[in-house]
Design a protein around this ligand. Structure first.
Ligand code: SAH
Length: 384
C-alpha cells in the first residue's frame, strides 16, 4: 500500500490565553485562589476550603447546596452564575460495560469522555501503594478517559479528532468536571481508579490548563487522586513533556504516541513530527524524571502497510533502547474519514511476538466500547 497523501499543516496555533485568578471559573480555583478571592469580599479564608471541598470532593456545584457556607455568601456566589460548566447530553453504554458520556460546553460545543472497566492487559501495576483515594472498599476499578480539547490541531491521519481540526482547548474546570460527572455514572461497587488524558485533544498543547486540572484533581481537600494514577498521553510535544516532568517531579504518568520507530515513517502519519525531530523527542523522554520502577508507555497504533512489519518492530526496539518503557500496541480502529485500517490479527501477533522476543515489554490493547464509537480515535465532534 502506498503512503497516504497528507495535508501540509502549519505549526499548531498558539495555546489559549490563561485567565488570572479573579476571572478564573469557580471550578478551576484552587483553595489558595478561593482564599485570595474571599479575602477581597471580607470573608474568612477557611470558607475557601469549604467551597473547594463541596465542588471537588462532593461534586456539588450549586452554591445554594453548600449548607455550611453562610447564606449571604451563598447568595453572593450565586451571582457568579451557573457553576457547573458541563451539561450532560447523553450517556451510552456498551455491551462490555464501557460508558461514553457526551457533554455540552457553555458555548454549545460538545466533548466526550469514556468510563472503562479496567481490563488486565493495560493494567500492569508497578506501584500499587495508592489505593484508597476513591473509597477503600475492595471494589471494581474503572479508568476514566477525559478530553482536553474540542477537536485537535495535531492532524494525525488515523485519528477522528485530528481529522476534525481544533475548535478550542478546554479550561481546567471543563476537564475536572468530566471526572465529577462521570462519577455519577458509576455502578455500586465501582470507583474511578485511573485517569487518562486520552480522549479528544492534545493535553500538552495547552499545558497550563492541563497542569491546573491535575493540581485540582490531586489536591488533598478535593478528590485527592494520586498523580501516579493520572496519565497524560501526548503526541510528543517536547516542551510540555519537560514542564510536566519539572512541575510534578515525574510522578504523573506519561504515555507517548510514537506509532513509528523512525522519523520518516512517523511523518507520514503524524504531521506534527515534521516540526520536531524524533531524536529530540527521545532525548526528552530519557530525561523525564521517572520514579523508580515506573515506565513510560509507548503507544503504537498498528496500521496495515504503514508501520506493521517485523522490520518496524526491530527498529522500534532500537529506538527505545535504554528507555524504561512498555509498549501498548493498538490495532487501528476504523474511522470514517480515511481508508487506513488495522493489520490482520496474525500480523499484530507477529509484531507483538517480535517485541517480546527482543525483550520489550508489550501488550495489545483490547478494544473497548467500539459499539458506541468510544474506542481510541473514534471520539469525534459528534454534535458541534
Ligand atoms: N493527543 C494525545 C491523546 C490522543 S488519543 C496523544 O496523541 O497521545 C489517545 C491514543 O489513541 C493516542 O495514542 C492516539 O494516537 C490513539 N489513536 C487515535 N486514533 C486512533 C485510531 N483510529 N485507532 C487506534 N488508536 C488511535
Amino acid at each position: 500500500m502506498s503512503s497516504p497523501r497528507l495535508p501540509l499543516i502549519a505549526a499548531p496555533p498558539p495555546a489559549p490565553r490563561h485567565p488570572g485568578s479573579k476571572e478564573r471559573h469557580a471550578v478551576a480555583r484552587l483553595p489558595e485562589d478561593w482564599r485570595e478571592y474571599l479575602a477581597e469580599l471580607g470573608e474568612p479564608a477557611f470558607r475557601g476550603d469549604q467551597i473547594f471541598r463541596w465542588i471537588h470532593q462532593h461534586g456539588v456545584f450549586d452554591f445554594e447546596q453548600m449548607t455550611n457556607v453562610s447564606r449571604p455568601l451563598r447568595a453572593r456566589l450565586a451571582e457568579l452564575g451557573k457553576n457547573c460548566p458541563l451539561e450532560e447530553l447523553s450517556a451510552q453504554r456498551s455491551t462490555d460495560g464501557t460508558r461514553k458520556l457526551l457533554f455540552r460546553l457553555h458555548d454549545g460545543l460538545a466533548i466526550e469522555c469514556v468510563l472503562i472497566p479496567q481490563g488486565n492487559a493495560d493494567d500492569e501495576d508497578e506501584d500499587d501503594e495508592e489505593q484508597k483515594q476513591w473509597g477503600d472498599l475492595p471494589d471494581r476499578p474503572m479508568t476514566l478517559c477525559v478530553s482536553s480539547q474540542v477537536g485537535c490541531a495535531m492532524g494525525c491521519v488515523f485519528c477522528a479528532s485530528g481529522q476534525a481540526g481544533l475548535k478550542r482547548g478546554l479550561g481546567a474546570h471543563e476537564i475536572v468536571t468530566q471526572v465529577s460527572l462521570a462519577r455519577r455514572h458509576l455502578d455500586p461497587g465501582e470507583r474511578i481508579r485511573n485517569l487518562v488524558f486520552m480522549g479528544m485533544g492534545e493535553p500538552l498543547h495547552h499545558y497550563a490548563e492541563t497542569a491546573r486540572a491535575i493540581r485540582l484533581l490531586t489536591h488533598p481537600l478535593g478528590a485527592g487522586m494520586s498523580p501516579r494514577r493520572i496519565t497524560v498521553s501526548t503526541v510528543g510535544l517536547i516542551s510540555g513533556i519537560r514542564k510536566l516532568g519539572e512541575d510534578f517531579g515525574g510522578k504523573v504518568g506519561l504515555a507517548v504516541s510514537l506509532h513509528a520507530p523512525d522519523s520518516e515513517t512517523r511523518s507520514t502519519i503524524i504531521p506534527m513530527n515534521n516540526h520536531q525531530p524524533l531524536d529530540e523527542l527521545m532525548t526528552a523522554l530519557r530525561a523525564y524524571p521517572l520514579p523508580k520502577r515506573r515506565r513510560i508507555t509507548i503507544e503504537y497504533t498498528l496500521i496495515d502497510g504503514i508501520n506493521d512489519t517485523i522490520l518496524h518492530a526491530r527498529r522500534l526496539v532500537e529506538t527505545l533502547r535504554g528507555l524504561p518503557s512498555k509498549v501498548n500496541l493498538i490495532p487501528m480502529n476504523p474511522i470514517k474519514a480515511v481508508s487506513l485500517r488495522a493489520p490482520r490479527p496474525d500480523a499484530v501477533e507477529a509484531f507483538r511476538r517480535e517485541l517480546s522476543r527482543l525483550r520489550v515489554s508489550c501488550s495489545v490493547r483490547q478494544t473497548r466500547g467500539d459499539d458506541v464509537d468510544a474506542a481510541c480515535g473514534q471520539l469525534a465532534l459528534a454534535s458541534s
